[in-house]
Design a protein around this ligand. Structure first.
Ligand code: NI
Length: 139
């Protein structure tokens, strides 16, 4: 771990008040950890701009499993990109709806392509791609 550095930040009272309210809602007990997390998040986002970066992510999908050919298409795509799919979690939400979370890993461009393809399948009611990092390069 590198040495901690102290920095001064000039910020308007209004903005600081909103920030403090937000971080309190999110459960932070001090501003420093909230600032560090904001910076880390920006750094993670930045790695996705380089299509060659090795990245991790989750694709969350909600769909009606009765939709014609939808479950087959989801499976087909995951097999096609099998090297990028680490795992998938499937939960039967109710009689009709399923929640699936696909854990992905690989080059940013490839993982983004897979994620877009999964979310774009006809009948997917909601899809969300969340990017993260191995944490390897993140202090
Ligand atoms: Ni299901």
């Amino acid at each position: 771990m590198t040495d901690l550095c102290r920095i001064g930040v000039a910020i308007s009272g209004d903005l600081l008040e909103k920030f403090d309210k937000l971080i309190a809602q999110r459960g932070y007990t001090n501003r420093s950890e909230a600032f560090r997390d904001l910076i880390r998040n920006e750094l993670v986002q930045e790695t996705w701009k380089s299509s060659d970066s090795e990245v991790f992510g989750t694709v969350t999908l909600v769909y009606d499993h009765h939709a014609r050919l939808l479950p087959e298409r989801l499976t087909e795509l995951q097999h096609h990109y099998h090297a990028a799919v680490l795992s998938a979690l499937h939960v039967h939400l109710d009689h009709d709806n399923c929640l699936e979370v696909v854990l992905v890993k690989g080059k940013a461009a490839l993982v983004q392509k897979l994620s877009n393809a999964l979310i774009a399948i006809k009948g997917v009611k909601h899809g969300r791609f969340t990017i993260t990092t191995s944490g390897h390069d993140l202090p």
